[in-house]
Each structure stands twice: as structure tokens, then as C-alpha cells.
Write a protein that binds this ligand. Structure first.
Ligand code: ZN
Length: 1113
């Protein structure tokens, strides 16, 4: 194609549009058709790029405008135009500009009695109508009626033309004004009747494409609420449902069943969720804003809003820039050294660097000093009348005599023995309750009132819980049930929780085996949706009984009803708002929105009891918001069985079958009343078969990790370190809005001596700042942080070296209030705290305000952190990965014209991710990104990078699901793997330690792999950070967009070719099944080869498409 002057193709096209030589034009059309049919679509796109569409349109105008058009040329021209136009997104626009739209409509009018010509016109009109305004123009000129009249009830004649008319009508409905006409002119009902007729009479399934086209047409026609209403009122749902059931039985009818189901789902009347309000049940009065109700507007990245608008979809959205979220403003990519507050305010944070001012006198005396004491004394609450401050933790523990005593484990007895003793324990209270049964059962309500009331309500003397623990308690590292109870007593929740969830109290051990991701059964989503649709078709079978309601406990049915499960969620991190029994073994569950908010339904954690063993129970969480979920890709929810725990198996296990996640028919309860677009919700459905009768079980989105668990853990961690070696200090950064202390932990090595040299070394260690759990639903982040903190306090030589090298500042739970109150994303102010870093408000976002202040303070004393990392969980991706910040990568990726060669950027920001890729099994470098997005300008990562000048500022994202690479490939992630990730992150910090001495031999061997790494390698391409990395789900039902056109290139080509090949129209009916034989590879069926008089030989490839001028003329 290189060289001077026009290419052969351009010469052909120019000849075609300018010449009136019939024979010559016919030859050119034939050549073009042959060339385009033989190769891939690339040829057609090349031709389009060379003005092919315009040339064909002009040639069409020339030919059609004559008084008696010559159909010998016109028909092949229309055929070619249909094929080319089908691949040209802007064909309609081009036709409009050249005023070629209405001439084609007129041609159709003239040829209504000639099926072959009519079909050719219809295909061209259909491709024109892909452009919305062209469809509107055609509609205004009467196209709808003309086309509609060509659609006939079941017949064996002219089926190709009928199909072309249906396809054209469907395309015309791209215009909303045309689809509104569909309602006023009764097309919806008529099309439904036509569909029924074909469905009924096409008994030998010869005309599946016509039935399919009718469904497609109905799909397009029902883009307005009134159209959908008519379809439902006409009994369309039942008709379509019968189709889907019939199609299930016959192979080859799959696509028809899928289309029918899609249409059902589209038209299924939206139903508000059965809640009085979308607002959270919990509200929290905000400082300076007496009436809570900061109902947040939908976030811009929320893609869950259905398009209900009356606007036409703009075609130019097709050309939308992909990377328009990347920051390209250099001033926003540069270090901004001025703090957002007066310098004198920063002095308050001096106290948070006790290691810099500590004199380590105890090193001289050899006694245990204050170095590892808890300066705030907030860990341990009232435990009897014991003192709270200073040595509270240790004394409480000494009293309990439990700390680290392996002897506390009694779980080794046989299950039968264990169960028996458990039943012994439970008998008394249930008899007191007046319903003693021969076989004492684990009753959730008794369980709460008798055993697990937290510290505030504790009774005198050894409780049932103490005795249970003594008998069955497991020795769980870094966990202690009594300490947990004490910590929970000091935890402030909005609802004033007084009950502990058993798994948090008792603790859990990782399961003895790793759990693979589940395989998704084929057709599972369709099965679930059929069951949902049956609710509408057979309402008499729906029980619709409220069995749990957080707002209105009195509306619940009696907890003694043996036919229903019992639910409970009023404990720390609990989230379940309502449970409705739909059928005998099926429950709809509704999650509570975040506090002071009406959104973010994702995290769940609740108790269920009263089950029968061995029965499949279906649970549907019906108010999920995200448009896709890892539950579609092998992830399972978590189950904890109290009975199993008492039998020595205290495990959270991935459980559940028939799991899928799809858009449902529910919408916000109040959207209609506010006249807003209704958010449509998604269902997470899973089926669980419980192992034991009348067990008490807990179900959760992910391994729970409560604020009380953190407090317990910190206390035990503090007790575990040798205060002469490890400087471990727990302080309070600030209190949360609800008054819960936000802990800040300092971990470093104590100096070897009080010599100036040693103290100087300590005071010059670089800082590493780690934070987690700004998003409460991301409990995986807490497990990673647990791994980090335990490793840093351990005797591992790498940990020792890290302590000697760095000072670690850890804020393990930035959003304690959210964690406590079971929110998913926000704080009590209803705000996403990781979007407040630019201008945090001291009273509304205290933890962010003070974390930022503390970082400013470190910066102001020349100690800006070497690394900042904020731990998160990622709900839509697998593996663990980092997001960082790079000016150069951002500018490159955005295609910015700024010359990056002159910009200086240290490449060290990639080091940690490269090291982690080698040493951390769950980590995947390929998922990392170092791009700065505008929408993330107020996140910790970007603000700390820009305002504190921290080169290595990261968000670390951990999957909720599992890994698709490395040794954990195909496995779901557990707490052990998450903790290991936290440990690996610490290990990777060794790689930043190049110029310091390596202390021990063992360490050298351990670290040598880490140190031998090239910082400058840029061999992996950065990904755009936040895209969904999963392909659309195998079952595409809810992902498929409105327009199915691009799927039917081959179908249209085949039909056009058949129309061209078949010279005798009377024979058309015999060609009815040609559609079923379309070869998969898109090549033409051999029997179709045209019997055309070819005067020019076929060129074998585009490369030989250079025909010189003389050959044509
Ligand atoms: Zn997050």
C-alpha cells in the first residue's frame, strides 16, 4: 500500500462512485465482494478507512436515482453496502450526510412485493439504524409501519425477507422515539403474538433464527418502562418462561432460551426491597450536623445504575477516551511541601515518637522498664476490680493464668464426649426457659443470654463460658477468650452490643487443608433465575415470612417456629438487617447500609440457627450493589459452626454450593418516591447444607476481624515481646467519633546500650508507616496486618534485623467505628475515609486528620517515612498486589505530550513489588499499577506520596477470593496465607537496606536473594489500576449489552449471500434452514459460491490489492 498516489482500492472506489458504466460497476462490486468475503474483517475495515462506505453510498445514489433503476447493479450494491455498513459504526451518519437514507426507504416502498429486493433494502436500513439519529429520521418518515407490515405470522414463504424485516425493526428501535411508537401503535402486543405464533407452529425448529429475531426485536422495543409494562400485562412473562423451559429440553435451542430469559429479566417488574427505608438502621449524630442523613450521592465509579432515562444513547460515547482518569496536570503530580495546617499544631504529635526521647535507663538497671508498657492503658477494661492502668494487661492475664498456656487446650477429647459435655452444659438454661427437651439443644437465644453477654453483664462466679472453655477451649495463638471478653466490654457500638459472636470470642484456627475455588456448574445462574421468576408466576407458593428484622424485632415470627431458621446479627461487625423466608428452605436476606448512609451493602456477618441437618438451604442476599463479584469466580462465603468448634474444629470454612451473583428485580425502596433513578440490586445466592441439626452457625463475607480482636491481639503481642530487646509501645493516636481509641503501635529494637552511638543509631533509623482497615469490610487487610505485627515482634533473624534498621509506626485500624458497627466502606459520618486525605476534617474524620498530622510531623522533623503502605482488600481481583505512584508512568500511559525525559524520578518505587513478586506466593506483580488517577487524588497513597514526598507510598490490595498464579493458584485464600503476606511485606523491606551491614550469617543467606535485585527494571507494563480483571462471566446473561448486532456479522453475511445466490425467489422457502448451517469460521458455505460471471480474477490477499489504473480502465 506504500508508495505515491492512490492505491488500487482507492482507484476502484473512485471509479465506482463516478462511473455510470453498468458492466464496469458490476465488475467492481463483484471484485470487492469477493475480496471482502474471502479474508477477515480487517479487509473491510481497511476499505472503510479508505472511504469505502461513502463510495458505495454515492454509487447507490447514482444508480437508484434514475427513473428505472437497474437492479442488476443495484441489488449487489445493496448487498455489499449491508455487509460493509454492518462493520462501519458510523454508516448511518455517513448515509445521512450524503442524503442516502430516504432513497433506500423509497426503494423499499417500491419493492414491497419483491421479497428479494425488499430484503436487500431492509438490511441496508437496519445497518443505517445503528446510528440513533438515522433511526429517528427513518421513523419520522414512516419506516416503522412499512417494515412492520412485512413481518408475517408463521409461513414457509419468504422467510428471509421476514427475518430481514424483524431485524430492521429491531434496529429502528435504537431510537427511543421509535420505541415509544412501538407502545402507542400496539407493536409490543403484536410482536408478542407473532412470537407465540412462530413458537407454536415452527414445530420442526426450522426457523429458530426468526424466533430469535423476534425476541431480539422485543428486547429492543422494551427499552421504556411502559413497553415493559405492556409486555407483562399481556402475559409475556409466562409465554417467555414456557419458551425457556421448552428450550432446556432440546439441544440447539440454547440461545433461544437465553434470549427469552434475558427478555424476562428485562421486563420483570422492578420491586422495591422490603425495607421501610434505604437508610441504615443505625444513625449517628454528627458534630455540627444535628440531623444525620448525609446520604451520599452515588459515587462516580458506581456502575450499578440502570439506564432508565428517556435519552437516546449517544453514539459518540463509543469514542470515549479510556484513560481520561489519569492525572496529567504536572502541578498535581509534583511534590507539594506546604502542610494543610499551621506548623505549631504538629507539635502535639511529638508524643507519638517515644523512642526518640526515651532514655532507656532500664538498660542499665537491667530491670523491665516502661519501654513496652502501654502508655494509655486502654487495652484492658474492667476485669473485676483489677487496676486498669499501666500494667493492666499483664495483671489481668496473670489472674486468668491463660496466657500462652498450651494446657488450656482440651479439644483432644472425642467428639462424642465433647458433645455430651456440651449438652450437659446447655441443659440447665433451656430448662429454666421452660422448654426442656429430652435432648438438650444449642439454642441461639439461650446461648446469647446465658453465655456470651460481654463483660458489662458478667455475673459473679465462674460462668458457663468459663466452664466451657475449660472443657473445650482450643489453644489459639495470639487469642484469649477472656481477654477478648474484657476488650469487648470497652468497645463502644452504636447499638450498645452486649453479645459476642462465638467465633470472635472463641477464636479460630486455619483449616487443616487449603480450600480450592469452587467450580461453577454450568447453567447455575439460569436455574436460580428460573426459581426467582417462578415467584412472579406462582405467587401462591411464596411464603414471604419475616423471620428477622433488626428494625422491628416484634414483627419477627417466634424463634421457636420449627419451620424457620433463626437469624441474629447484633454483635460486633455483624451485618444483617432483615431475613425473609421465601420458600421452605429459601431465605432472602437484606444487608444494612453503612451508618448514616443508604449504600455499600456488601459485608455480611450473621448468626443462623435452628437448622435441619442435610437439607440444602438457599440464601439470597438481595441488595448487593456491585455489578460483578468474585462469587462468580470460585469464591465461597465462610461458615463457622459452634458445634464443630466445641468438637475441636474451630474453623472458618469456605462453604456453599450453587453460588452465583446476578442482577435481580429489586430496586431501592424509596427511589420511586424521590423521583430518582432506581438503583437496581444484585443477588448473591448460595446454598448451604448444614452438618448438624440445631447447630448455631455464623456466615460471613470474609474472615471477621473485630476491633475487640485487635485490642486483644495487641495486648497479647505486647506480652509476648522481650522488653529488653523489643521496643513495643501502644499509644492512642486519637479517639474515633464514637469514642473508641485508635491505637498507634511503635515497634523497633531497643539499643544495645545507652551509649551515644547506640542511641544515635536508634534515632536515625528510617520510619516505615503501615496502616490498615480504613475500609471496614476489608477484614482481609487486618489479617495481613496481624501477620506483619506478629512477624515484627518475633525472634526471626530478619525481624530482628528489621527492628534494628527501622522504626515501625503502625495504625492497624483506621476505621474502628466502621468495623465495630458492621459497615462495609464508610465511617460513621457516611464518608469513605480513603477519600478524605486531601482535606480531612478533625471532627468528622479524626483518625485520618491525625494520621496525616502525624505524617506531617515526621516530615517536619526530617523523618518522612521511607515506606508508607495502607492495607486494603480488593473485591474484584485475585492475588495480592500494590498500587503506587509514578509521574512518568502516569504521563506515558495517558499519552500526555509532556516530555518525560526531562523529569527526574527515582525508579525505586518498584523495588518492593518486584521483591514481593519473588518471595510472596500470593503476590502478583502483573496486577500492580503505578498510575496516579484523578479519582484517587484524595486517597492515602496519593496524598502521602505528593504531600509528604514519600516515593514508596502504596496501597496493598489483598484478594477476598484467592490466587490465579503461583503455588496458591486455584486456591481460596485463608487467614494463614493473609498473615504470611504480612510477613512477606516485612521481609521485602530488607531489600531497601542495601547499604547497611547485614548482621548474621543466617540472615545473609535469607536476604541475599532479596538484595540482588535491579531497581531499574521496567520490564512489566503497568496496568490501569481499577479495571475489573475478570472476563465477563461464562454465563453472560446479565453482562450482555442491549445491542447484539456485533454478534451477527456472519449471520447477516450468510443471509445476504443466500439472497444474492438464489436467483429464483420462488425457491426461497426451501432455503429456510440455511441459517442453521452457517459455518463457525465465518467462511461461506461451499454451495453458496456465486455463479457470477467473473471478468476479473480474484485476488488472494489484501497485499496484492494494488491494481493499476490501466487494468481498471
Ligand atoms: Zn479498600
Amino acid at each position: 500500500m506504500a508508495g505515491q498516489g492512490p492505491s488500487g482500492l482507492e482507484v476502484l472506489l473512485s471509479t465506482l462512485e463516478n462511473s455510470n458504466d453498468i458492466e464496469g460497476n458490476l465488475n467492481i462490486i463483484n471484485v470487492l465482494d469477493e475480496l471482502l468475503s474471502a479474508g477477515t474483517d480487517r479487509r473491510i475495515h481497511y476499505m472503510i478507512s479508505k472511504g469505502g462506505s461513502e463510495a458505495l453510498l454515492r454509487a447507490l445514489l447514482n444508480t437508484a436515482s434514475t427513473l428505472l433503476p437497474n437492479y442488476t447493479v443495484l441489488l449487489p450494491l445493496l448487498h455489499l453496502l449491508a455487509k460493509v455498513g454492518h462493520r462501519d459504526k458510523k454508516i448511518g451518519l455517513k448515509a445521512e450526510k450524503l442524503e442516502a437514507v430516504l432513497p433506500v426507504l423509497n426503494l423499499l416502498r417500491k419493492n414491497l412485493k419483491n421479497p428479494k429486493r425488499a430484503a436487500a433494502c431492509l438490511w441496508v436500513l437496519a445497518v443505517f439504524s445503528s446510528w440513533v439519529s438515522t433511526a429517528t429520521l427513518l421513523g419520522k418518515n414512516g419506516a416503522l409501519d412499512i417494515v412492520f407490515k412485512l413481518i408475517r405470522p408463521h409461513t414457509k414463504k419468504h422467510t428471509r425477507t421476514i427475518k430481514a424485516a424483524i431485524d430492521a425493526l429491531a434496529a429502528l428501535f435504537n431510537s427511543r422515539s421509535n420505541s415509544r411508537c412501538a407502545v402507542t401503535r400496539g407493536y409490543i402486543s403484536a410482536l408478542l403474538r407473532l412470537y407465540e405464533d412462530w413458537q407454536k407452529n415452527d414445530t420442526d425448529n426450522r426457523h429458530i433464527p426468526i424466533r430469535q429475531a423476534l425476541l431480539h426485536c422485543l428486547h429492543h422495543a422494551t427499552c421504556t418502562p411502559s413497553a415493559r409494562r405492556i409486555l407483562v400485562e399481556d402475559g409475556g412473562i409466562a409465554t417467555l418462561f414456557q419458551t425457556t423451559q421448552a428450550c432446556l429440553a432440546i439441544r440447539g435451542l440454547d440461545s433461544l432460551g437465553t434470549s427469552a430469559l434475558q427478555l424476562i429479566r428485562k421486563c420483570y417488574p422492578k420491586c422495591p426491597v422490603p425495607l421501610t427505608s434505604d437508610q441504615s438502621v443505625y444513625s449517628f449524630p454528627l458534630p455540627g450536623n444535628p440531623t444525620p442523613g448525609l446520604d451520599t450521592a452515588p459515587s462516580p465509579d458506581d456502575d450499578s445504575f440502570e439506564d432508565e432515562s428517556d435519552e437516546d444513547i449517544k453514539n459518540d460515547e463509543l469514542d470515549k477516551e479510556e484513560d481520561d482518569d489519569l492525572e496529567t496536570d504536572l502541578t498535581k503530580l509534583r511534590y507539594k511541601p506546604e502542610p494543610d495546617r499551621p506548623l505549631e499544631e504538629l507539635m502535639q504529635y511529638e508524643r507519638l515518637c517515644p523512642e526518640l526521647h526515651h532514655d532507656f535507663q532500664e538498660l542499665d538497671s537491667g530491670s523491665e522498664g516502661e519501654a513496652s508498657s502501654d502508655d494509655d492503658g486502654l487495652v484492658c477494661g474492667d476485669f473485676g476490680s483489677r487496676p486498669r492502668y499501666n500494667d493492666g494487661g499483664r495483671s489481668a492475664n496473670q489472674m486468668l493464668g491463660h496466657s500462652g498456656t498450651p494446657g488450656a487446650f482440651h479439644g483432644s477429647c472425642t467428639s462424642a464426649e465433647s458433645l455430651e459435655s456440651f449438652q450437659e452444659e446447655t441443659r440447665a438454661p433451656s430448662q429454666e426457659g421452660g422448654h426442656g427437651s429430652a435432648e438438650a439443644q444449642l439454642n441461639a437465644r439461650d446461648f446469647h443470654s446465658q453465655y456470651l453477654s460481654n463483660g458489662r453483664a458478667r455475673q459473679e462466679g465462674p460462668s458457663m463460658v468459663d466452664r466451657l472453655l475449660e472443657k473445650h477451649g482450643a489453644c489459639i495463638p495470639h487469642h484469649n477468650p477472656q481477654l477478648y471478653t474484657t476488650a469487648a466490654a470497652n468497645t463502644k457500638s452504636i447499638a450498645g452490643y452486649s453479645v459476642l459472636a462465638f467465633p470472635d470470642f472463641w477464636g479460630h484456627l486455619p483449616p487443616p487443608y487449603r480450600q480450592p475455588m469452587t467450580e461453577r456448574k454450568e447453567g447455575i445462574q439460569r436455574k436460580k433465575i428460573f426459581e426467582d421468576v417462578q415467584r412472579l408466576l406462582q405467587p401462591e407458593e411464596v411464603i414471604d415470612k419475616v423471620v428477622f428484622d433488626l428494625e422491628n424485632p416484634s414483627s419477627q415470627t417466634s424463634s421457636e417456629d420449627p419451620g424457620s431458621l433463626r437469624f441474629y446479627s447484633q454483635f460486633e461487625s455483624g451485618n444483617l438487617r432483615k431475613a425473609v423466608q421465601v420458600r421452605s428452605y429459601e431465605y432472602d436476606l437484606l444487608l444494612n447500609a453503612d451508618v448514616n448512609c443508604s449504600q455499600h451493602h456488601q459485608w455480611f456477618y450473621f448468626e443462623v440457627s435452628g437448622m435441619k441437618a442435610g437439607v440444602p438451604y438457599r440464601f439470597n442476599i438481595v441488595n448487593c450493589e456491585k455489578s460483578n463479584s468474585q462469587f462468580n469466580y470460585g469464591m465461597q462465603p465462610l461458615l463457622y459452626s459452634v458445634r464443630e468448634a466445641l468438637e475441636g474444629q474451630p474453623h472458618w470454612l469456605r462453604t456453599g454450593s450453587e453460588i452465583c451473583y446476578y442482577r435481580n428485580h429489586f430496586c431501592q425502596s424509596s427511589a420511586s418516591s424521590r423521583g430518582q433513578k432506581a438503583t437496581s440490586y444484585y443477588t448473591l445466592t448460595f446454598t448451604i447444607i448444614f452438618k448438624h441439626n440445631e447447630d448455631v452457625c455464623y456466615l460471613a463475607y470474609h474472615y471477621p476481624y473485630t476491633y475487640s480482636a485487635l485490642q486483644t491481639h495487641l495486648q497479647l503481642l505486647q506480652q509476648s515481646v522481650d522488653p529488653c530487646k523489643v521496643f513495643f509501645q501502644k499509644q492512642t493516636l486519637c479517639t474515633s467519633m464514637a469514642g473508641n481509641p485508635c491505637p498507634l503501635i511503635t515497634i523497633t529494637a531497643c539499643p544495645v546500650s545507652r551509649s551515644w552511638e547506640h542511641l544515635h543509631q536508634l534515632r536515625n533509623r528510617p520510619c516505615i508507616v503501615l496502616t490498615a482497615r480504613v475500609h471496614p469490610g476489608e477484614s482481609n487487610a487486618s489479617w495481613v496486618m496481624k501477620g506483619t505485627m506478629e512477624f515484627l515482634c518475633s525472634n526471626d533473624p530478619v525481624a530482628e534485623s528489621l527492628r534494628e534498621t527501622y522504626i515501625f509506626k503502625i495504625i492497624p485500624m483506621l476505621n474502628a467505628d466502621g468495623v465495630i458497627n458492621g459497615t462495609h466502606r464508610c465511617s460513621l459520618s457516611g464518608e469513605d475515609l480513603n477519600r478524605q486525605w486531601l482535606k480531612p476534617n478533625a471532627s468528622l474524620n479524626p483518625t485520618i486528620y491525625h494520621t496525616k498530622g502525624f505524617l506531617y510531623y515526621l516530615n517536619s522533623i526530617g523523618r518522612a517515612p521511607l515506606v508508607f503502605c495502607d492495607y486494603h482488600g480488593h473485591s474484584r481481583k485475585k492475588n495480592v498486589f500494590l498500587y503506587g505512584c509514578s509521574v512518568k508512568e502516569t504521563l506515558w500511559q495517558s499519552g500526555s505530550p509532556i516530555n518525560t525525559a526531562t523529569l527526574k524520578e527515582e525508579p525505586g518505587y518498584r523495588t518492593l513489588s518486584k521483591v514481593l513478586d519473588r518471595i510472596a506466593p500470593a503476590f502478583a506483580f502483573n496486577s500492580c499499577s503505578f498510575l496516579v488517577e484523578k479519582s484517587r487524588e484524595s486517597t492515602a497513597r496519593v496524598v502521602v506520596w505528593r504531600e509528604m514526598g514519600v516515593l514508596r507510598s502504596y496501597t496493598m490490595e489483598s484478594t477476598y477470593n484467592g490466587c490465579d498464579q503461583g503455588i496458591y493458584k486455584g486456591l481460596q485464600i485463608g487467614t494463614q496465607e493473609l498473615e504470611e503476606m504480612g510477613l512477606n511485606l516485612c521481609q521485602s523491606l530488607m531489600s531497601l537496606k542495601k547499604n547497611t551491614l547485614v548482621y548474621s550469617k543466617k540472615l545473609i543467606s535469607h536476604a541475599s536473594a532479596l538484595l540482588d535485585l535491579d531497581d531499574n527494571l521496567l520490564d512489566h507494563k503497568s496496568h490501569s489500576s481499577f479495571e475489573d480483571d475478570e472476563p465477563p462471566c461464562a454465563e453472560e446473561i446479565e453482562y450482555q449489552t442491549e445491542d447484539c448486532w456485533e454478534l451477527c456479522f456472519q449471520e447477516l453475511d450468510a443471509e445476504v449471500n443466500a439472497n444474492a445466490a438464489n436467483s429464483e425467489e420462488e425457491k426461497e422457502e426451501d432455503q429456510g434452514d440455511i441459517h442453521l448451517d452457517i459455518p463457525k469460521n465465518g467462511l461461506l458455505a461451499p454451495d453458496r459460491k456465486p455463479s457470477r460471471n467473473q471478468t476479473l480474477s480474484q485476488q488472494s490477499s489484501l497485499e496484492t490489492f494494488n491494481i493499476n489504473r490501466s487494468a481498471v480502465n
